[in-house]
Design a protein. Structure first.
Lengths: 210, 210
């Protein structure tokens, strides 16, 4: 069985967790308390040598880092994998865009605004810089989504899950969903896909989450 | 026929260019002079709406951005695509690593050290920051390569091309190959793979490059 190592509230951890729910892939989950530094414990470093969360150990025993690589692995030969070579390339294009133009800015802005708000004032300048960079990336995404229901014209896919991970919590980074009407509509579409579960259920007792 | 829009000296442009050479995929190439801002010309924006180089227009007319997404597209069903789902996931893991832990630091350090050296002094602090971040990413890569000939144990793949793009020119970013002995050995291995062409030939007249 696949085993996911995850931490509460993380958009990156949410991605493979949501995909396994939507694909009905059975999995175990172990929560790592990164705010207490548990990702640097010897026990965890023996599992994830770089001390990174999320980490997926597959049913064959292979270890996979990087949330978007996990999505690709989980979705192979499923309905969440785009159906053509061109669509797969476009999916990866957006998944790389997410990791270079969205996540590196939304994630720290959210961390110091909402997850660790006691440091908000001391990081005020950084937060403004991250928000401005995130806004540039989000504006391009919004323009893209004006023309279609999902990221790809071929339908809901792992590209949506990859981008949804952090984009759907952009308000927690001090940004405003009302500024991105196409993203707002798309966010609602994703929430109504089959088997969707919210980020708030990540790490909840199995009776609720699985 | 595929058409690649590229710019001189770019590690990201080099990746799909090298892959097409090694896979013997015929292609056209058009060089975009980014130092003169040609990527923001109306003509180029009509091709690449985000004004990004490289850009690949496939033989079916689809446009692909992001160098590592191009690699995936070009390598599907070829010897450069890893053979198992686990190996494909590990390839993507390293390709995302390259775009978050290596390229964002090696590329600007190299740009202001070697490509635009007249700005080197005014960006000295930034260059030191980029070099330190690149060193952290390179040290992990070096430790990984101590154990194997190529990025994946299954052999030479698009993961090698993705990482080679910027790592092989780390000295142009003011870093020292002697600090990374496993990377140095691997770099030499890649240069001896079938059909290899050096970055210096990118954009040279077709009689030499193709």
């Amino acid at each position: 069985m696949n085993k996911l190592y995850a931490c509460l509230g993380s958009g990156n951890c949410f991605k493979p967790w949501l995909a396994m729910h939507q694909l009905m892939i059975p999995f175990e989950i172990e929560m790592i308390d990164v705010l207490k530094g548990a990702q640097k414990s010897p026990a965890y470093l023996a599992i994830s040598p770089l001390g990174v969360v999320p980490h997926l150990v597959t049913h064959t025993g292979a270890g996979i880092g990087e949330s978007n690589a996990m999505l690709w692995y989980l979705a192979e030969d499923s309905d969440l994998m785009p159906p053509t070579a061109e669509a797969r390339a476009e999916a990866l294009q957006w998944m790389f865009y997410e990791q270079s133009k969205l996540e590196p800015f939304i994630s720290p802005a959210r961390f110091f605004t909402t997850i660790l708000p006691e440091q908000r004032d001391s990081r005020a300048d950084d937060i403004l810089t991250w928000q401005a960079a995130a806004d540039a990336g989000l504006a391009r995404l919004d323009a893209h989504l004006e023309k279609r229901d999902f990221i790809l014209s071929t339908g809901y896919s792992i590209a949506d899950i990859a981008i949804f991970g952090y984009v759907h919590v952009l308000e927690e980074a001090g940004l405003h969903m009302a500024d991105y009407p196409a993203i707002a509509r798309w966010t609602d579409m994703v929430k109504h896909t089959d088997g969707f579960r919210p980020l708030s259920e990540l790490g909840q007792p199995k009776s609720k989450a699985a």
